[in-house]
Design a binder for this molecule. Structure first.
Ligand code: AMP
Ligand code: TRP
Length: 346
């Protein structure tokens, strides 16, 4: 049995469009990995798709948060997403805590989630190992993520490679619920972009570019100016060779990463990317060119971001419009769950 999607705009329009749901943490400014691995896909798809993007502030508190920083980071992220091309008329960009159905559905799902499934999650294991004390929310994080997804019955969930396991868990939870209470959820599919799916740190190409890494030369941020971008990319760690080619040799991960970024930004095929550097005199030329294409791609985004941050009232209004559209889908879904599970109607 197929599960119908609920319309947000006109029913005809929503029925003809595939629904996409994604989530992103307000845990610091977006970096190039977030942009190339996730945000660019959302922007590219927003005409053909019915998009929901959730700023997952409730996920953020699974590690300690300073309240002032959390509020600021949530606004900055929203502004960066709008600046990167998310159009509030086409995409429902909203803050997770503004739509109560997410927390409510989490509890409902959590009560039929075996703890062992959660303890097996590789992200939990690595995050837990990095902490002195582990809070329950870190363990139950993937159930909240499953609620984010399942409430919307999305056709696609675009994520980076690192989130695949969480999507599989959401599938398993959906299957369990459907089996026990009758067809309720569509089984979610991860969509992992090929180019730029995994951007590595410029200071250490063996590690994924991440918001939590503090090192100066690690990341390029969507809030960085041209000078900073160029400095970081020119200092990128490479090897002592000269050959500019894609490679899975760990020794050559730096060059592979630079080429991967070039490919993701330009959209050229891997062969065309290698051909573009056929006459390069060495890694210096590669870095200069990568810095150029990245700077060019980010300049309009930084400018729009600054403008949006100067007007927080309008920004908050855009977010409340997004939450309203999200609620229209998520609220009936959580009510459906509760009715099927035997809760009395309120
Ligand atoms: P996060 O900030 O970790 O919540 O990530 C937000 C989105 O960006 C998710 O879809 C991640 O998978 C993606 N992402 C984060 N870091 C990278 C990276 N270094 N390369 C590619 N995608 C990434
Ligand atoms: N856990 C995801 C990450 O760290 C963020 C996330 C939360 C998410 N809820 C989601 C991603 C729902 C996709 C769909 O990247």
């Amino acid at each position: 049995m197929s599960v119908p999607n609920h319309a947000t705009a006109s029913p005809e329009e929503a029925a003809s469009k595939r629904r996409v749901l994604s989530g992103i943490q307000p845990s610091g400014d977006l970096h190039l990995g977030n942009y190339l691995g996730a945000v660019k896909q959302w922007v590219a798809g927003q005409d053909q798709r019915e998009n929901f993007i959730c700023i997952v502030d409730l996920h953020a508190i699974t590690v300690p948060q300073d309240p002032v920083a959390l509020r600021d980071n949530t606004r900055r992220l929203a502004a960066q997403l709008f600046a990167a091309g998310i159009d509030p008329d086409k995409t429902a960009l909203f803050v997770q805590s503004h739509v109560r159905a997410h927390t409510e559905a989490t509890w409902l799902l959590m009560c039929s989630t075996p703890i062992g499934w959660l303890e097996r999650m590789t992200q939990f294991k690595s995050k837990a190992a990095a902490q002195e004390k582990v809070q329950a929310g870190l363990l139950t994080y993937p159930v909240l993520m499953a609620a984010d997804i399942l409430l919307y019955n999305p056709d696609e969930v675009p994520v980076g490679e690192d989130q695949k396991q969480h999507i599989e868990l959401a599938r398993d939870l959906a299957q369990r619920f459907n089996h026990r209470f009758g067809e309720t959820f569509r089984l979610p599919e991860p969509v992992i972009p090929k180019a730029g799916a995994r951007v590595m740190g410029f200071d250490d190409p063996s590690k994924k570019m991440s918001k939590s890494a503090e090192a100066q030369g690690h990341a390029v941020l969507l809030s960085d100016n041209a000078t900073k971008i160029t400095r970081v990319i020119k200092r990128a760690v490479t090897d002592s060779g000269r050959e500019i080619d894609f490679s899975d040799d760990p020794e050559r991960a730096g060059v592979n990463n630079l080429l991967g970024v070039y490919q993701a930004v330009t959209g050229h095929s891997p062969d065309a990317c290698v051909a573009d550097f056929a006459n390069a005199r060495g890694y210096g030329d590669l870095k200069v060119r990568v810095a150029e294409v990245v700077t060019e791609a980010l300049a309009p985004i930084t400018q729009r971001f600054d403008e949006l941050m100067e007007d927080p009232t309008s920004l908050d209004q855009l977010l409340s419009k997004g939450a309203e559209r999200a609620r229209a889908v998520a609220e009936p879904k959580v009510q459906e769950m509760k009715a099927k599970m035997g809760f009395l109607p309120a």
